[in-house]
Ligand binder design. Structure first.
Ligand code: 5GP
Ligand code: ZN
Length: 119
């Protein structure tokens, strides 16, 4: 994967560069996972590629392996964080999808009954 963006001003790029502190739960060359600053469940983790991609809509066919990596990472973190009873993965996309931060990310939520529909 390409290098992380070294100039992007988006919040998650700044977190990836360590310019904004975060409570990290996982990091490797390409991916980072950290606790959401405003958790919506007892466990609420944000998982990002370090590469700046605005949203799911900007993911190309060539990058579908990255989506697999993100989901497998979410599954592994769910296990590590004790979410044996289940969890939810969310990718908010676009304004009506509730996306506030324009850097592709997965939400990993768990530790309570998540409910359906989500509202
Ligand atoms: P979105 O609505 O874009 O899908 O979700 C963005 C998420 O990022 C929100 O749940 C919000 O609480 C979280 N968030 C925004 N700014 C920060 C930050 O500076 N640090 C952390 N850890 N989470 C953030
Ligand atoms: Zn970014």
């Amino acid at each position: 994967m390409e290098e992380e963006c070294i100039t992007c001003e988006c919040i998650f790029c700044k977190i990836a560069r360590g310019e904004i502190p975060s409570k990290k739960v996982y990091e490797d060359e390409n991916y980072l996972a950290f606790h959401d600053i405003d958790p919506q469940a007892p466990v609420h983790i944000i998982i990002i590629p370090k590469k700046h991609i605005e949203s799911l809509n900007e993911v190309s066919e060539d990058e579908k392996g990255m989506l697999g990596d993100l989901i497998i990472l979410a599954k592994r973190l769910a296990k590590d964080l004790g979410l044996e009873k289940g969890y939810r993965i969310v990718i908010n996309t676009g304004p009506e999808g509730g996306q506030a931060v324009l850097h592709l990310h997965l939400h990993l939520l768990g530790g309570r009954e998540m409910g359906w529909p989500p509202g």
